[in-house]
Design a protein around this ligand. Structure first.
Ligand code: GDP
Ligand code: MG
Length: 479
């Protein structure tokens, strides 16, 4: 705050006038993409982040780890008029849900969207101070936040596979564990419809529907995540173009190519169209512009759902990491051309579901999941880091006696319930548990009601580590 005195400008002046041209040219703009698999917490993360940035001037104590706030250099932040090409992120609607009585979580979204914030600040250090004295003071950072389904990143590996290769790998997986169950109808259909059958649109369509039902059940009933193709689950604005009507097929070991005129050849042509029309353009038109990205992972949910789900989440993270590894695969390098993702933050969400003592373990666990799949961390890759966070704290820590021991629990009010309930997750391991140490799956983690918040951006929202995440991701742009 002291700087305002030196600059001789009142806050209200800065807030009311439009940034002038000089200020905008000195300022910069940055694209921050927020991704993660469905239900990882993207919508809630962006809503809380925006609300807390807009409120930071009034409630700086909520964002102490964001240097621009801590140092008192923030002048103001406001929503910018929409200028980008994407649908606008429904921040106001989401806040309305959360500020309602009873409070609830924002509605689901399954497409890409964006929101822009202008952040006005005094540059750090002597340089900024001098600029201020010369009368050309503050700078403006245009922060563009993009929300997109992490499922789309699971499609990158498809670009390096032929239809036959993808089919083989996918069906192998479909015949194991939980999937053998959820894919039963689809697999039965495949035993009646062989790759060499004549190409019929009806059969391709039916196979697609059955395969898609399997993916949906695997996700919604069993919390599995490595589900390809990603757009079968999160279609986005393109909806259901005809090329999407395909599914994997069974091929004998000796086969490497489909025969013309067969059902498999029809499927293959759609698979190739899907890659060319849906997957590639996402990378060349959008992803390559997202220089900073945060990948949200519901690590705790995966851990509590048991060994198979946890291993499946690791497989999904592995596939997602491919998009941030330029040295490793020629595909991503070719798609991004000269563009680079500078920083990627992997964040374990919903950390308020565990008491404070467990949160470091949550971050360590995610770190080992990410590290194990990026052994070849070359300097050409995106810089990555890991954090455990809660976008919105909906619980309180408490202690409870269980079997004569004092244990840390969290207490919150489950949505739709009139009473507060305690939730005990056991101990979060810092490393992936060994085969023999898995307990009973725990699929029903309570959905706690969000706390009461003020809809106007003054109070902000209590969170864990949102400020730390933001400092890592864009702190350098606010210096
Ligand atoms: N307790 C708690 N629950 C959260 C938090 N973030 C998300 N959730 C829960 O996770 C659900 C899915 O979050 P959402 O942001 O819609 O996920 P998305 O599909 O990735 O956009 C929400 O409806 C909440 O119930 C958080 O920080 N704390
Ligand atoms: Mg969402």
């Amino acid at each position: 705050m002291a700087l305002f005195g030196k600059l001789g400008v009142s806050i209200s002046e800065w807030l009311s006038d439009t940034p002038n041209l000089a200020e905008l040219t000195r300022g910069s703009s940055i694209n921050l993409a927020v991704t993660g698999l469905s239900r990882a917490g993207k919508t809630v993360f962006i809503t809380s982040l925006v609300h807390n940035i807009l409120s930071a001037l009034h409630q700086p104590h909520r964002m102490p780890l964001l240097a621009v706030v801590r140092d008192g250099r923030l002048i103001g932040a406001r929503l910018a008029p929409k200028s980008g090409p994407l649908k606008r992120f429904p921040y106001e609607d989401n806040i309305a849900y959360m500020a309602a009585d009873p409070a609830n979580w924002p509605a689901r979204t399954a497409d890409i969207s964006e929101i822009e914030i202008d952040i006005r600040f005094v540059p750090a250090g002597a340089m900024g101070y001098m600029l201020g004295r010369l009368g050309s003071g503050p700078a403006t950072l245009k922060l563009r936040i993009i929300d997109y389904p992490g499922e789309w990143l699971l499609d990158l590996p498809l670009l390096g596979q032929s239809y036959v290769e993808w089919s083989r790998a996918t069906l192998k997986l479909c015949r194991q564990g939980i999937r053998a169950e959820t894919a039963r109808d689809f697999l039965a259909f495949l035993s009646d419809h062989r790759a060499g059958d004549p190409a019929r649109d009806e059969d391709a369509g039916r196979a697609h529907e059955l395969y898609r039902e399997h993916l949906l059940t695997a996700r919604d009933k069993h919390a599995l995540s490595f589900l390809q193709p990603g757009r079968f689950l999160e279609a986005g604005a393109s909806g259901d173009p005809s090329y999407i009507r395909f599914a994997p097929m069974d091929f004998p070991e000796s086969v490497t190519e489909t025969r013309p005129g067969t059902l498999a050849a029809l499927m293959k042509s759609r698979f190739e169209a899907y890659k060319a029309e849906a997957v590639t353009p996402f990378y060349t038109e959008h992803f390559r512009n997202f220089s900073r990205q945060v990948v949200l992972v519901d690590v705790l949910g995966a851990l509590l759902a048991g060994r198979e789900v946890f291993e499946d989440t690791r497989r999904a993270i592995d596939a997602i990491l491919e998009s941030f590894r330029y040295g490793h695969s020629g595909i991503i390098r070719r798609l991004l051309r000269s563009a680079r993702i500078e920083k990627a933050l992997f964040a374990a969400t919903k950390a308020d579901h565990v008491p404070e003592v467990q949160r470091d373990h949550l971050a360590a666990l995610l770190c080992s999941m990410v590290a194990s799949s990026s052994l070849d961390l070359a300097s050409s890759n995106a810089r990555t880091d890991v954090v455990a966070l809660a976008s919105v704290i909906s619980t309180e820590d408490a202690t409870q006696e269980i079997n004569g021991h004092q244990v840390q629990v969290v207490v919150g009010k489950p949505v739709g319930s009139s009473k507060r309930a305690q939730f005990f997750v056991g101990n979060v391991p810092a490393r992936p548990p060994r085969a023999e140490s898995w307990g009973q799956p725990f699929l029903n983690i309570p959905v706690f009601e969000p706390p009461v918040i003020d809809a106007s951006p003054t109070d902000g929202i209590a969170h864990i580590n949102l400020d730390l995440a933001l400092e890592y991701l864009i702190g350098d742009q606010l210096r």
